[in-house]
Design a protein around this ligand. Sequence first.
Ligand code: ADP
Ligand code: ZN
Length: 206
Amino acid sequence: MDIVKGNMGWIEVVCGPMFSGKSEELIRRLRRAEIARQRVQIFKPALDQRYAESEIVSHSDLRIPADLVASGAEILDKIDARTEVIGIDEAQFLGAELVEVAQKLADMGKRVIVAGLDTDYLGRPFEPVPLLMTVAEEVTKLLAICVRCGNPAKHTQRLVASEERILVGAGGMYEARCRRCFEPLAAAASADKDKEKNRKANPSPR
Ligand code: ADP
Ligand code: ZN
């Protein structure tokens, strides 16, 4: 964002699939704000504890301290009035209320940078990120590299059987895939197969 006068706030969204560099980009923007001696607060959902308890950690091991929150509303509670820049990672786990929270913060004159998945493991819009994109001043959509063919990848391929929309991934549960290599039904189909196996192993009593 350039040429901003007065203390106008705004919303920036950084979206894309897993491994596309969302956390790296978020950390880069927050570091630069800190270098400019701005007051920065950083949040991530308590749900995602893949790596460190109170840090955002990228797949390339960049790190920045973050406060854990259970909901979007908790961000509002924890905001210091003097804060100028707010970073939020893994927005897809913070629910629909995050849109209103981000709007409130921007209306208060704060720069709000939100990173998160824009689509789920079936390639469907993953709220609240798509809604945040519509209310944002600036949207950056990043792509990963398809692990199958090396093309730009916009999808997060789930590699384990589950139909849960939210399945917090340890290593090896997800990979980046391009449009051609993405197999959205593979995770759902293997989940069906598992159910079938369980049904045969434990037939329901009549
Ligand atoms: P995100 O937050 O979008 O999941 P990160 O910022 O945590 O992404 O990680 C991005 C880094 O992941 C890249 O800079 C690269 O080092 C690494 N990486 C691993 N696999 C891939 C891939 N398939 N495509 C692109 N980057 C990858
Ligand atoms: Zn591919």
